[in-house]
Design a protein around this ligand. Structure first.
Ligand SMILES: [Fe+2]
Length: 126
């Protein structure tokens, strides 16, 4: 079983290198707090908030997943060079059609530093 790196608030970290390391791997979920049942709902996932992640042939963000509780809703795969072989923040927009309230979590996988989990975000659906 792989280790899953859970969300850390980088304001609680003292060293700049540590803030960079945690932030650049962490998926962040951007979407409304409320959704309408049966209507398309957009969920943006961005990897890293303040620090960019490398896009090298042996070190890049390989996939991004969106989960609702224990159900995988979608995933997107990347190859090295997708971000122009420059440091950046991978972004993915998922369009989902919710039926009931959701608890969303995003995961990202770095080819060098493993699995990273976002904070969970609860969405009410009416
Ligand atoms: Fe990495």
């Amino acid at each position: 079983m792989p280790k899953v790196n859970e969300f850390v608030n980088i304001n609680t970290l003292d060293k700049e290198a540590k803030k960079d390391y945690f932030d650049r791997h962490t998926p962040f979920i951007y979407c409304d707090n409320d959704a309408k049942k049966g209507e398309k709902f957009i969920v943006k996932i961005k990897i890293g908030d303040q620090y960019p992640h490398p896009d090298d042939f042996d070190h890049f963000i390989k996939y991004v997943q969106l989960w609702n509780n224990e159900t995988l809703l979608g995933e997107t795969y990347f190859t090295a060079g997708t971000m122009g072989s420059q440091p950046g923040n991978v972004e993915v927009d998922f369009y989902i059609v919710p039926q009931r309230k959701m608890k969303l979590t995003a995961m990202s996988y770095c080819t060098k530093h493993g699995l990273w989990q976002s904070q969970a975000k609860e969405i009410s659906v009416e």
